[in-house]
Design a protein around this ligand. Structure first.
Ligand code: SMG
Ligand code: MG
Length: 366
């Protein structure tokens, strides 16, 4: 396939409710979509970078700039999807921008060949169990109401955002209200230090599936030390930026479980390599989320259907975040989402809906 160019489409999607984490509160997602135009088909990619560099170093304006000046021009010679990462390797970092571009090229290639993302990645299931991520709330009562609502919708696993001052009590309250059978885990988004080990050990009695990224993303040694002091399994998110990082973290005993986010690791092909490394070490993985629209959601659901994804992921229904998605919405059925089976991502933006949320577009010739 010859890449003719990429259209950058910036959209603005208000969230159905503020989503608060240890690093800030999201009320509206500004998202960069990529539409790759090739001589065969067009393909879609979604950049998961947030507006501000708070989850990682990437942010929307930076992703647009690196795509415009470096990444799209680097594909001028025309490469297959498997050649995108090698062609971009000389540019350091910018994994979320690279992931969006690789995804758009891969989607175009698969649509042209009539093959689905799931089939390409090695999906073994036709539906995946859905978990839900619950933000930090203004009160324990508000939290319990939110969790009750999600359980009523059928979500099979609850993840609570935590931070110092909002951790043991919310977990205790959810356990006391909803019982021991509910699959429950927490995500600190790097908010603690290894000196908090004794405090975090107070979570051990609540039989959590895992504690996600308690420490700084670069503190592999600290996570290994913490893991030796907790009964709750340590899961890493921000730290795992590649298959190599996964192998290192596992070798150092820094994690027992891995959250896989294709944008964080540079694309779905690298995400499969992270899955393969974890599977080789018997480390369970699950699909993380970055509040994607139906485009990124479709790809994440396909990835979550790989054999090593043995824990429910943050693959929620579209309605968890958006009143109206830009694609046909993903809807929970018996706590699961169906893996799209059409060519490529299997979904595409609905033109009228996309136009409603588009705030800027820019054509970049390859
Ligand atoms: C704005 S917070 C995004 C990162 C966060 N993502 C979630 O909590 C899940 C979001 C989702 O359901 O897409 C994480 O660290 O895992
Ligand atoms: Mg996380």
């Amino acid at each position: 396939l010859k890449l003719e160019g990429v259209e950058l489409i910036r959209i603005r999607m208000p969230l159905v409710a503020p989503f608060r984490t240890s690093f800030g509160t999201e009320t509206t997602r500004e998202i960069l979509l990529l539409r790759a135009v090739t001589n065969g088909a067009e393909g879609w990619g979604e950049c998961v970078a947030m507006n501000d560099p708070l989850y990682s170093s990437e942010y929307v304006d930076g992703a647009a700039d690196v795509l415009r000046r470096f990444l799209v021009p680097a594909l001028r010679t025309g490469v297959p999807a498997t050649g995108v990462a090698p062609a971009l390797a000389r540019f350091k970092g910018h994994r979320m921008a690279k992931a969006a571009l690789e995804t758009a090229v891969l989607d175009a290639e698969l649509r042209a060949e009539g093959r689905s993302f799931g089939r390409e990645l090695g999906a073994v299931r036709e539906r995946v169990p859905s978990g839900v991520s619950v933000g930090i709330m203004s009160s324990i009562d508000a939290l319990l109401d939110a969790v009750a609502g999600y359980l009523a919708e059928g979500y099979l696993r609850i993840k609570l955002k935590i931070e110092p001052g909002w951790d043991v009590e919310p977990v205790r309250a959810v356990r006391e209200r909803f019982g021991d059978a509910v699959l429950l885990q927490v995500d600190a988004n790097t908010a603690y230090t290894v000196g908090d080990a004794r405090h975090l050990a107070k979570l051990d009695p609540f039989d959590l599936l895992l504690i996600e990224q308690p420490l700084d993303e670069e503190d592999v040694r600290g996570h290994a030390a913490l893991a030796r002091q907790l009964r709750t399994p340590v899961c890493l998110d921000e730290s795992i930026v590649s298959a190599r990082a996964a192998a290192d973290a596992i070798a150092f005993g820094a994690c027992a479980i891995v959250n896989i986010k294709p944008g964080r690791v540079g694309g779905y092909l690298e995400a499969r390599r992270v899955h393969d490394v974890c599977a080789a070490h018997g480390v369970p993985v699950w699909a993380g989320g970055m509040l994607e629209t139906g485009l990124g959601r479709a790809a994440n659901v396909a990835l979550a259907a790989l054999p090593g994804f043995t824990l429910p992921g943050d693959t929620s229904a579209s309605g968890r975040y958006y009143r109206e998605d830009i694609t046909e919405p993903f809807v929970l059925v018996d706590g699961h989402l169906a893996v799209p089976s059409g060519p490529g991502l299997g979904v595409a933006p609905l033109p009228d809906r996309l136009a409603e949320v588009t705030v800027a577009t820019e054509w970049i010739a390859a």
